[in-house]
Ligand binder design. Structure first.
Ligand SMILES: C[S@@+](CC[C@H](N)C(=O)[O-])C[C@H]1O[C@@H](n2cnc3c(N)ncnc32)[C@H](O)[C@@H]1O
Length: 185
């Protein structure tokens, strides 16, 4: 059966992903700091205009790398403008995904999927692909929004991740959002 078509956050909404209140609501250092070490390779999947990518690149330091992957060239273009001419440019690789395949082949220590899993039609295939590039001991941090994702849909995503060979190791508490950390089972 063909996977259900999902709504994808349009590039025209990119500005709303960079508004100031997010620094407080979704403080990247507070949320991701405990998981990120210098020198890591991190995948920010569905990076949008790079709200988290930029801070992740600072956290991994000069010896680390962030792969910023998105379906939409327009989102990647916004991120490109943001980092152009800065020292972070060297640490960030922009990658455009195909609709049903991420196509990232590098092995990664950490994956962030923030507010994007509900936009994926074939979630089991998506999780299988993430699992295939996750280093042993690596972690996948998923955060889903309050309005677009019901608890039922969130639990269903976790089940699909289990079917793809991942296991939930932590359920971080987040104001309004739903979050889970996955590792290879
Ligand atoms: C709501 S935005 C969130 C952006 C970013 N994670 C943030 O929190 O600022 C969701 C992003 O996921 C991307 N996306 C949706 N489906 C995707 C897919 N199949 N592969 C890669 N990116 C995808 C969209 O293009 C969009 O930029």
């Amino acid at each position: 059966m063909a996977a259900e078509k999902k709504h994808v956050c349009p590039v025209a909404f990119a500005g709303s992903l960079d508004i100031g209140i997010r620094r407080w609501l979704h403080d990247p250092r507070k949320m991701l700091g405990p998981h990120i070490k210098e020198g890591m390779t991190v995948l920010d999947v569905g990076c949008g205009p790079g709200f988290f990518t930029v801070e992740l690149a600072r956290m991994v330091g000069p010896s680390g790398r962030v792969i910023a992957a998105d379906l939409q060239a327009g989102m990647l273009q916004k991120l490109k403008h943001k980092i152009q001419g800065s020292e972070l440019q060297e640490r960030i690789t922009l990658h455009q995904c195909a609709p049903n395949r991420l196509g990232v082949t590098a092995e990664v220590d950490f994956i962030l999927a923030f507010y994007m899993v509900h936009e994926i039609p074939d979630q089991e295939g998506f999780f299988a692909e993430l699992r295939s590039i996750l280093k042993p001991g690596g972690r996948i941090f998923i955060v889903e929004p309050p309005l677009h994702t019901s608890w039922k849909a969130f639990e269903s995503s976790i089940k699909k991740s289990r079917d793809a060979g991942l296991m939930a190791v932590e359920r971080p508490k987040r104001f309004l959002d739903k979050a889970v950390i996955l590792q290879r089972a």
